[in-house]
Design a protein around this ligand. Structure first.
Ligand code: C2E
Ligand code: MG
Ligand code: MG
Ligand code: MG
Length: 288
């Protein structure tokens, strides 16, 4: 009985595996045509200065709007695009669109997420340089957000590419800090201009003494290395008060802004943001 059961399980796994593989391939084909058919959209989430609550930068966040109207988030399709290498073309497309959009937004900065596969591509710095030149976007206003996996996978190429990129005047931020293993040595080696404290650290700090200690020590370490600190995923006034008193320089989160389409950005650049502890949809409007 057990032998038969084992065999059945085995073939079940096999079928499941084939199905998954097929689904992945389908998704990859769809992504390819999504790029051709312009189904991607770049939304922008404003970040505010912790003290003045004025918008100091925006982060470009990719969305896929399928022909059936379904909105798909990057956590779903970016890993697939990374697997197939399609992330290289998608990533360049995002950079080109975002630099074009952000030209109109005065002096605020623009942050763009870059995945490990992009940074591993030795052509990437040249391609980035071309986009900066073509769009005329000031390199000093551009910031790339990378995660530590970018650097662990291929530290030699990464370091060389980051040197070239910084040579353009572009700054580099370490994203999702507090979720992985990034060490002080690591932060020094790669000379980030900014540390983005992951949402999980922010959320836990509100209730948990050890998370708060970790946040405070991350901030003082960033200070010592002359890095700016942004708190990610701030949803409540209590969290905003906490990260502000801990010394964060910028605040990003739904308390102030949701990601929104480019045409809505300009209206938020004039006045300090008002906190809004309420559910809003991705287009910044209140849900009933
Ligand atoms: P990330 O770079 O850490 O971006 C922050 C994520 O937190 C975004 O999710 C944002 O919408 C979300 N967020 C912002 N404020 C809050 C908040 O107050 N509460 C909560 N719960 N979430 C908040 P999103 O847009 O789904 O993006 C997920 C991840 O996908 C990003 O994480 C980034 O790693 C990746 N990604 C997004 N766009 C791109 C892109 O153009 N290229 C690449 N390579 N990766 C991208
Ligand atoms: Mg990011
Ligand atoms: Mg992050
Ligand atoms: Mg993330």
């Amino acid at each position: 009985v057990s032998k038969r059961g084992g065999k059945m399980r085995c073939s079940w796994f096999r079928e499941e595996f084939d199905r998954n593989l097929e689904a992945l391939r389908d998704m990859d084909d769809e992504l390819r045509s999504a790029l051709l058919n312009e189904e991607f959209r770049v939304l922008y989430q404003p970040l505010v200065d912790a003290k003045s609550r004025r918008v100091v930068s925006v982060e470009a966040l990719l969305r896929w709007v399928r022909p059936d109207g379904k909105l798909i988030g990057p956590d779903v399709f970016i890993p697939i695009a990374e697997e197939s290498g399609l992330i290289n073309s998608i990533g360049l497309w995002v950079l080109r669109v975002a630099c074009g959009d952000a030209l109109a937004w005065g002096n605020i900065k623009l942050s763009v997420n870059i995945s490990a596969a992009q940074l591993r591509n030795p052509e990437f710095p040249i391609q980035l340089g071309n986009i900066i030149e073509e769009t005329g976007f000031p390199a000093e206003r551009l910031e790339l957000e990378i995660t530590e996996t970018c650097l662990v996978l291929d530290p030699v190429v990464a370091e060389r590419s980051l040197d070239i990129i910084r040579g353009f005047g572009v700054s580099v931020a370490l994203d999702d800090f507090g979720t992985g293993y990034a060490s002080i040595g690591f932060l020094r080696q790669f000379r980030f201009q900014k540390l983005k404290l992951d949402r999980s650290l922010v959320v836990d700090s509100a209730g948990d003494e050890s998370s708060r200690a970790m946040m405070l020590s991350s901030i003082s370490m960033a200070r010592a290395l002359k890095m700016d600190v942004t708190a990610e995923g701030v949803e409540t006034q209590a969290q905003a008060d906490l990260v502000r008193s801990a010394g964060c320089d910028q605040i990003q989160g739904w308390l102030y802004f949701r990601p929104m389409p480019p045409e809505e950005i300009e209206q938020h650049l004039l006045l300090p943001a008002s906190p809004f502890e309420c559910e809003r949809d991705t287009y910044g409007k209140k849900i009933a």
